[in-house]
Design a binder for this molecule. Structure first.
Ligand code: SAM
Ligand code: DTB
Ligand code: SF4
Length: 332
């Protein structure tokens, strides 16, 4: 692996030469970024962020689980997998009117994007009728729309796009090498196929992963390289800290060093400077100071509202105070 001097030589600090959009990142380069002294890394990431974004603005998305639990997949982190004995029980898909009430409340609370999640391996065509109605009605409220429904075919992606879906979230979650330690009911290639269906249908891609699942530093670097070498970078890159849930196979996973989490956000920002990196799951257990470091490292978006899908998230009161203390404005 190159040392600090070498990576700075290859990619000079941004005041000397701006971070440009590259799609040819290598694992060694990613590892060398991870290995930078923390201050150098954060400086690079913050400067990259400022080339494309207002550094004092953070976009707010609101999640809603429109179909909870009972999922046939075996994702080792997930409380919604039917095979694990968790507190999350299978429910039916929500009624459109109830979803709309939640979206209106989210909009009133300042969220600009409404993300609808379903615990499916993949939606049935008949499920999509209702989802498409939700999407178009949420969009009519003047919000951006996002959905995460599992794997979709080309024609399903086209239907969602036609209904007005702005973003499709589909995470690669970890490196290809570590994937089978976490999920065995589908492959990495399945994931990439859905991402290309989403792109082909003209939607924006929201794709990231989870850290703190026992993966190695190499896995974290490899995951970011996969994202940053896609033909187009995902417009939105959620970086989730594993939320450990009782009953899931990862419930006892030791906590990742929070500094390594901040480094992951910073490296993602340097490798994909024009993408919005989202400080996603895990904020409930993070200090305000840790979240502030994530914003400094280039996180430009969060999930707001008291819940993620099934687990708690800091309430708006807490986030309002944090934003006030940091001089951050919530925005698109
Ligand atoms: N079933 C669909 C799928 O897997 O794509 C959509 C819903 S799934 C819950 C969406 C994403 O939530 C997962 O890809 C994963 O990245 C994230 N997630 C789920 N459980 C999590 C946990 N315990 N901690 C952090 N992120 C989690
Ligand atoms: C993403 O990357 N994180 C969100 C959203 N996209 C769908 C989901 C986090 C889920 C955390 C566990 C739960 O609340 O069930
Ligand atoms: Fe199902 Fe998605 Fe949870 Fe995996 S992450 S078990 S696919 S809901």
């Amino acid at each position: 692996m190159p040392d600090t001097m070498e990576i700075n030589d290859i990619h000079p600090a941004p005041h000397l030469d701006s971070e440009s959009i590259r799609h040819d990142w290598t694992r060694d380069e990613a590892l060398a970024l991870f290995a930078l002294p923390f201050n150098d890394l954060i400086y690079r990431a913050q400067a990259a962020h400022r080339q494309y974004f207002d550094a004092n603005a953070v976009q707010m998305s609101n999640l809603l689980s429109v179909k909870t639990g009972g999922c046939p997949e075996d994702c080792a982190y997930c409380p919604q997998a039917a095979r694990y004995d968790t507190d999350t029980k299978a429910e039916k898909i929500m009624d459109v009117d109830d979803v709309l009430s939640e979206a209106k409340a989210a909009k009133a609370g300042g969220a600009t994007r409404f993300c609808m999640g379903a615990a499916w391996r993949n939606p049935k065509d008949s499920d999509l009728d209702k989802i498409c109605t939700m999407v178009s009605e949420v969009r009519d409220l003047g919000m951006e729309t996002c959905a995460t429904l599992g794997m979709v075919t080309d024609s399903q992606a086209e239907r969602l796009s036609a209904a007005g879906l702005d973003y499709y979230n589909h995470n690669i979650d970890t490196s290809e090498a570590y994937y089978s330690e976490i999920i065995t009911t589908r492959t990495y290639a399945d994931r990439l196929d859905t991402l290309s269906a989403v792109r082909q249908a003209g939607m924006k891609v929201c794709c990231g992963g989870i850290v703190g699942m026992g993966e190695s530093p190499d896995d974290r670097a490899a995951m970011l390289v996969t994202l940053a070498t896609l033909a187009e970078h995902p417009e939105s890159v959620p970086v989730n800290m594993l939320v450990t849930v009782e009953g899931t196979p990862l419930s006892e996973t030791p906590k990742l060093d929070p500094i390594e989490f901040v480094r992951t956000i910073a490296v993602a920002k340097i490798m994909m400077p024009a993408s919005v990196i989202r400080l996603s799951a895990g904020r409930e257990e993070m200090s305000d100071e840790l979240q502030a470091l994530c914003f400094l490292a280039g996180a430009g978006s969060i999930f707001v509202g008291p819940r993620l899908l099934t687990t708690p998230n800091p309430g708006r009161d807490h986030d309002d105070i944090l934003f006030e203390r940091l001089g951050i404005t919530g925005t698109q």
